[in-house]
Design a protein around this ligand. Structure first.
Ligand code: GAF
Length: 408
């Protein structure tokens, strides 16, 4: 069996040099500067963000780099190493829902959303390079949006970005909101706000406790090495997509359930009120039965985030494993967003001694995370790779991650 493949994160100078070199090659001049933003993994709190709930992402060391230069003619010219360096062009004045396709929609969408928000953002040339794997459920799209947002913030003098990870990050919250609008309205993916907040508002060495009811955040110290632990990411290579109907269907079911329960979001259902809420939803119809499962996941998952953070606050990181396991079970059985590759990864990691393991992100493919003893990382990765090979699944890829810094 071949050795596990590792997804290496680039150093900041390397990533910036790659984006700059592509810019110079394609546009024939120097950019105004280079900026970058991370992908994320979510420790716990899945499919809670669009329900006004809690989630707990960390920024990855894997980042998307952009080199950008202002233009005065209102056009956006784009190129990406992940798009074979092809040159694309969009007129900013023409950007509207449904007008831009593919990856340029995330870039042009951010400029459009900032303009909608009243900011004087004009045209630009931009070159992109990234070590955030695409389609792996690690928020490559939010990393791209966030890198463009901080680049436009700097080159248009918006003054919103401030230092990443600042407790007073109202400006960054506005940039995150613009990125969410870009994704929802221009790229057409009906996602919540977790990924953009992680990319723009996280702090190195910390997990970001995001309360999606009011958008507030708390930086929670997340020091794996103090406990001799490591966070292993397994990219299952089962490609996930948020623009197909499954994600939207989950969101629609939650919104329909909240409407039937007479609450603005499922966040308003306390664990103590769960059984009564489920009894109301369970009207004998198929739709009602689906809503019961979805609501049970969301309410339970928000409670698990609170328990997870309480353990971190108490210095009991080693005890979070069962919460991760319970989250996965709930996402698999009640929310029905797991898949065979994710289940194999999680089960193999646990069997090889992981303290806890779960899918992370939207699901239907993408990545899993496992909390493992630092000196067992290679063994757990080899066990997961072996389980994939034994089941004739495509070889997964791995990363060991420490919480990285926000967009800058
Ligand atoms: C995807 C979405 F983009 C997020 O908003 C979130 O809903 C997540 O799936 C599930 O927790 O990453």
């Amino acid at each position: 069996m071949s050795a596990p493949q590792w997804l290496e994160a680039w150093s900041a100078p390397d990533g910036a040099a790659r984006a700059r070199a592509l810019f110079v090659e394609r546009f024939g001049e120097e950019p105004d500067g280079t900026w970058s933003a991370p992908g994320r993994v979510n420790l716990i709190g899945e499919h809670t963000d669009y329900n006004g709930g809690l989630c707990l992402p960390v920024a990855l060391p894997h980042r998307t780099y952009v080199a950008l230069r202002r233009r005065e003619d209102g056009s956006v010219r784009l190129t990406s190493a992940q798009d074979a360096g092809r040159l694309r062009q969009v007129a900013l004045a023409d950007v509207a829902p449904g007008t831009v396709e593919g990856w340029p929609s995330y870039v042009a969408g951010v400029a459009w959303a900032l303009r909608e928000d009243g900011h004087a953002v004009g045209g630009f040339d931009v070159a992109v390079d990234s070590c955030v794997p695409f389609g792996a459920g690690l928020s490559s799209s939010a990393a791209l949006e966030s890198a463009v947002a901080v680049a436009l913030d700097a080159t248009s003098g918006l003054g919103l970005a401030g230092p990443g990870g600042d407790p007073d990050d109202a400006g960054r919250a506005r940039l995150a909101a613009a990125c969410v609008r870009a994704e929802n309205e221009i790229a057409g993916a009906p996602t919540g706000g977790m990924d953009q907040s992680a990319s723009l508002r996280a702090r190195e060495g910390h997990a970001l406790l995001l309360d999606c009811r009011d958008g507030s955040v708390r930086q929670v110290p997340f020091d794996l090495s103090a406990d001799g632990l490591a966070l292993l990411v397994v990219d299952t290579r089962a490609e996930h997509a948020l623009v197909d109907g499954q994600y939207a269907a989950r969101r629609a079911a939650c919104e329909a359930a909240a409407a039937r329960l007479g609450v603005p979001t499922l966040r308003e259902i306390a664990p103590s009120g769960l059984e009564a809420a489920l009894a109301t939803l369970d009207d004998g119809s198929d739709e009602g039965a689906v809503q019961v499962r979805r609501v049970r996941h969301v309410v339970g998952e928000i409670a698990r985030v609170e328990e997870f953070v309480a353990l971190l606050d108490a210095g009991r990181l080693r005890e979070v494993g069962p919460l991760m396991d319970a989250s996965h079970t709930s996402l698999r059985d009640d929310y029905e967003v797991s898949c065979r590759e994710l289940d194999v990864a999680v089960e193999a990691a646990r069997a090889a001694g992981a303290l806890g393991a779960r899918m992370t992100g939207g699901g239907f493919g993408g990545s899993a995370i496992a909390l493992v003893e630092h000196d067992r990382v290679d063994d757990v990765a080899a066990a997961v790779a072996g389980a994939f090979a034994a089941q004739d699944l495509r070889a997964p890829a791995f990363a060991v991650v420490l919480p990285g810094a926000a967009a800058r």
